[in-house]
Design a protein around this ligand. Sequence first.
Ligand SMILES: [Zn+2]
Ligand SMILES: [Zn+2]
Length: 261
Amino acid sequence: MITPCDFHTHTLYLRCANETMTIPAMIAKARELGIRQLGVTDHLNTLDKLPLHHRIKADLLALEAPGLDVWFGVELNFLDCDGDFAYHEQVRDESGFQFAIGGIHGTYCDTYDLRTIIDIQHRHHLATCRNPLVDVVVHPYWFGKHEFDRKGWPWFDSVRHVPESYAVELGQVARETGTAIEINGCANLDNAANPEAYLDEYVDYLAAVASTGCRFSLASDAHDISRMATALTALDVAERLGLTDDRIWRPRTPPLVPAGA
Ligand SMILES: [Zn+2]
Ligand SMILES: [Zn+2]
């Protein structure tokens, strides 16, 4: 049995998620879904956004006996191709982020070449694993549909384009570095931009990653309250993969707000 959890959610504060994603509403929805462990992880693309994260933390600390364990985390993005994250030890320690998830959020390509696009993703996945400040590689092979549409490119409609050797290497490096690979409900498993076959193909991809013995993080990546249920889709996929609870990543630190009575 895997304990239901969700370690990737967004709030209204950063204006990435919509107004349904208030901390109290997220707690209520997580309880309704039977989620026992929740991580709030809004984007930190530039350090001037830190005060908005401090408001999230204040709202978390105002919770009393929320009924599930709650952590304060952050999602990082590369500042440019092969660049850094807007993050370091001092930011972590001063803001009190308990964990960091991170990854690539664009193709960094101007012309369409599928192999190059995949190679760049793979390189950034490995770099994320090797960053000691990052605990989880987010949504492998998620792409923004709007980027592909804007550039007039054929959509990335199947993870079968990714060589199996890349999946295995990602799992190996994740295992070596103690980084978890995310199983992401909204971005990968239940994304309306993807054709029906995508899910089963993605499970096959994850199986190749999992063959290395690495750990996985379960996540909704919800930007709307109705989408938090996709954390349970991620849980279903973990069970399909035969993962046991010890293969599921959780933060090393105790929750910021424990479940309580
Ligand atoms: Zn993301
Ligand atoms: Zn996200």
